[in-house]
Design a binder for this molecule. Structure first.
Ligand code: NAG
Length: 332
């Protein structure tokens, strides 16, 4: 409609719309502050404790490779670098238990210990080994920081896994922190166990018949990918092990995080709590280039538009309602 045809009411509406847009745009610029430094990121991961890994091992090909790729591959999938494993403490693997490597105690305090290692650990060793093999073209992959956290985890059978080519990065004392259950658990004050938070990597519906804790349902020779995989991938692929979380402010109705990767790439992660799509820009960095990815009901970490101005400003990004965007910026 040409300006000369605008009625009084539509002019008012147009002014209101323009001012709402400029407010929204002003409110959705975030400013990164690289001088404000927080924790170093070990990586992002998932749990294959108990016998969940067997579900992956038993999948027919090519589905088995697809699930391994979904979890570990940082090119287009989740790019996880930590797997939570466990040292079994049960006499056998009935009832979803995890075998101990020391099923019989010694006869006397200085008696011989007879270790029994089945080279399998209910499929967990195999899955951890796949993590070691999946290579990544993404910046700053695990090995670059000497951490080797692929296949590492909160528990693990350290010596035995090392012999099988998997390094254990972190060793924790507990399975279920401070609860008493009918499976492996132990009561302590639980303080250290809260250093790690993870999701169940894969589950079947017989063992865990709910929809609110797994990344991938593996069942009946098939698998189903939950949106959670992509919500985690938005972080895991943009923020690689060794990255430092840095300051970021702004963003209307948005939850923001910013990180500086070891190779200098800056990641800005946005979660929208708003009911409408919002334009988004990043201040505080002079960019050489920028790439953005989006996850919402229609997208699974798909690449989306981001523009870099001649002055190095980053903008042109749309954050959808109830969606997430990761922007990875190469500074000048
Ligand atoms: C990771 O995924 C990319 C394509 O998305 C593929 O080219 C590459 O082979 C995958 N890596 C492995 C080890 O499967």
């Amino acid at each position: 409609m040409a300006p000369s045809h605008l009625t009084g009411a539509s002019i008012l509406a147009a002014i209101a719309l323009a001012s709402a847009l400029s407010q929204r745009q002003a409110g959705s610029t975030s400013t990164v502050d690289l001088s404000e430094r927080y924790q170093t990121i070990d990586g992002f991961g998932f749990s294959e404790a108990f016998q969940r890994a067997n579900g992956i091992v038993e999948l027919p090909e090519p589905k088995r490779s697809e699930v391994v790729d979904l979890l570990f591959n940082a090119t287009k999938e989740a790019g996880f670098t930590i797997m939570r494993d466990c040292i079994g403490s049960s006499p056998n693997s009935n009832l979803d238990w995890m075998d101990t490597i020391l099923p019989e105690g010694p006869d006397s305090p200085d008696g011989e210990l007879e270790y029994v290692w089945d080279g399998d650990d209910s499929g967990r060793l195999w899955v951890a080994q796949q993590g070691r093999q999946v290579d990544s073209s993404a910046p700053g992959f695990t090995k670059s920081n000497g951490q080797d956290s692929n296949g590492g985890g909160v528990c693990g059978s350290p010596g035995l896994y090392t012999e099988e080519g998997v390094e254990i990065a972190h060793l924790g004392l507990l399975n279920e922190p401070d609860i008493t259950t009918n499976h492996a658990s132990m009561r302590t004050d639980g303080a250290q166990a809260t250093d790690f938070i993870w999701w169940e990597g894969t589950q079947d519906s017989a063992t865990n018949n709910n929809k609110n804790e797994k990344l991938i349902l593996v069942d009946g020779g098939d698998y189903e990918v939950d949106k959670r995989v992509w919500a985690h991938a938005q972080y895991s692929r943009a923020i690689r092990p060794g990255a430092a979380r840095v300051g970021v402010s702004g963003g209307r109705n948005m939850k923001l995080a910013a990180s500086e990767n070891e190779d200098g790439m800056i990641a800005v992660n946005v979660i929208s709590a708003g009911q409408g799509a919002a334009a988004f820009a990043v201040d505080g960095i002079t960019a050489e280039s920028a790439t953005a990815w989006v996850t919402d009901t229609e997208h699974d970490m798909d690449e989306t538009r981001a523009t870099v101005g001649e002055d190095g400003s980053v903008g042109g990004i749309t954050v959808p309602a109830n969606g997430m965007v990761s922007v990875v910026i190469q500074p000048r």
